[in-house]
Design a protein around this ligand. Sequence first.
Ligand code: F6P
Length: 323
Amino acid sequence: MNNIAIVCSGGDVSGMNPAIKHFVEYALSKGLTPYLVYDGYEGLIDNNISKANYSDVSGIINRGGTKIGSARSERFLAVKHRQQAKDNLDALGIDKLVVLGGDGSFRGMAKFYEEHNVAFSGIPSTIDNDIVGTDYCLGVDTALNIIRTSLDAIRDTASSFKRAFVVETMGRDCGYLALVSGLTSGAELCLIPETPYDLSNYEEKFKKELASGRRYFLAVVSEGITDSSETVAQWFEEKIGIESRVSVLGHIQRGGNPTSRDRLMAYRFVQFGIDGLLNGKKDKICCYSDSQFNYKSISDVAHKKHVIEKGLMELVEASTLNC
Ligand code: F6P
């Protein structure tokens, strides 16, 4: 069959729209008929699937989010709904899917493949950058740039007022966003779920710095740490003796127009994903590691705990960032 569809699943990322655009362009250039599935796996179940042409994806390359929507589908966990999805795909003659999502979405798709033999290429897409087997997930660069812009702005007000700012980033159980942002923004403190910490270790040092004229502190904390951001702010007030504020960046980290890197990576991932399907790969995740694209099996990607790259921790150790 020559029909292929693209679907976004889980948290959206900036980079999905360029991926959708290139999916349509590249599929057409290969003589395939591209289809768009709306609203994640929900759209597979509800037959919210339509044939696409160049005009359907024009003017979206610069937009964050996803034109075709995304969802975290509970229904796709049920056998009867996956059967419904298969019936819908059969009726349209679609036997290949490109899936933009995280490891949970890939696990769902792997189950679907086992049951119904619908081939898929998974493209890691999550701002958390927590998928094992790939150094890069779509959307990460845009999220990092949004955090950087926010931290630069917060530093301005922090220094004007002599305050400590505790800035909370997303990332679920992964501290990658916080760590890279802390490093690249020259923050004083970074707390991530992967590294146990004891705030009392920093008391003497921070108090001394304050006494020698330091005007502000920037602390970047990941949402997955055990303490709340408010607790960390309270620690600054009570133990270091500086007025403090909390700023939770929240979902602004998931939006915004995709950076050039995310646009290019979207193109590369999609092209690699379609090539894999055309070359007989049936259930692979497209990964980017050691500066190269490679196909990995679901067992190499899902069900494993992500660890932060050693080289990044070495940079932290040699910097003024306390982590
Ligand atoms: O996985 C992406 C992510 O943005 C996490 O960083 C965050 O914890 C979660 O999704 C938020 O999910 P929701 O958009 O459903 O609130």
